[in-house]
Design a protein around this ligand. Structure first.
Ligand code: HPA
Length: 268
């Protein structure tokens, strides 16, 4: 057992979550939905990354939402921080070792469509890896040849669609394209992304989804739209705008995820 797994098992004190959340930029407020939270800084967990992006906390928060045990990775590291696409491998391996079977990932993203306005939430139906790298490069086992046909779990998406409808949440759905960052895209890259079939662009999530599928974890992922893609609305893009806008859609996403756990609680 990895030391981080042992430490988490000890600190969770019998709590056995089946679902993990991985929260992106400015979306840390979902943590507030957790009752009686147990908070463990990443620095107490060997192999967990020290995140360096403002707006990312870097802690595990475990507890219950609507009485359902949950484990939150609040803060992720990105490929662009140190050039390591597998930076989240240890946390995901630990999540898997804890017996967790599903991962819900969130990020902030730029929209490529007028009708997916800043402040909206897009459920990711599929992705395009436009980074040129992959977190499984160097993995020696044949398990590295991971099928990605059903990367975004069909059943989870069906459930989230139904919950959004019942909650009157206008949930969008589309394809997320992963750019390495940290510079934002150019207007030409945004036009190319649209032509290639993307609906939103961002700098995260795809490596974690690849690693999650490698480990056999089921994935659902959501983009909070913070802006239109470069060149679509005139002004320059900035991380300040991402941080300012993320909590707006984040509130809606928080309601959706809370309703997901409430539905689960009603079933058991
Ligand atoms: N591009 C890439 N990443 C992002 C964006 C964007 O426009 N907005 C928020 N994260």
């Amino acid at each position: 057992m990895k030391p981080a797994t042992r430490e988490l098992v000890r600190r969770l004190d019998g709590l056995m979550p089946e679902t993990a959340l991985i929260l992106g930029s400015g979306l840390g407020s979902l943590v507030e939905a957790v009752a009686m939270p147990i908070r463990i800084p990443y620095r107490d967990l060997p192999g967990f990354p020290e995140g360096g992006v403002s707006g990312h906390a870097g802690e595990v928060v475990a507890g219950e939402i609507a009485g359902i045990p949950v484990l939150i990775l609040s803060g992720r590291v990105h490929y662009y921080e140190k050039g390591d696409p597998a930076a989240m491998r240890t946390p995901l391996e630990v999540v898997h070792a804890l017996g967790i079977t599903s991962v819900i990932l969130t990020n902030a993203a730029g929209s490529l469509h007028e009708e997916i306005a800043p402040g909206s939430v897009m459920m990711i139906s599929d992705h395009i890896n436009f980074s040129g790298t992959n977190p499984l490069i160097g993995e020696p086992s044949d398990d590295r040849f991971v099928g990605m046909t059903s990367a975004y779990d069909h059943d989870l998406r069906t459930r989230f669609r139904a919950i959004a409808k019942a909650q009157n949440i206008g949930l969008k759905e589309g394809v997320y394209m992963w750019f390495s960052g940290p510079s934002f895209e150019t207007p030409a890259e945004i036009r190319a992304a649209r032509m290639l079939g993307a609906d939103a662009v961002g700098m995260s999530t795809v490596p974690e989804v690849i690693l999650s599928r490698f480990l056999g974890l089921r994935c659902a992922a959501f983009s909070v739209i913070t802006n239109y893609g470069a060149g679509m609305s005139g002004g320059e893009l900035s991380h300040a705008e991402t941080k300012e806008m993320a909590p707006k859609g984040g509130e809606m996403l928080g309601r959706l995820i809370a309703a997901f756990f409430e539905e689960q609680a009603a079933k058991v």
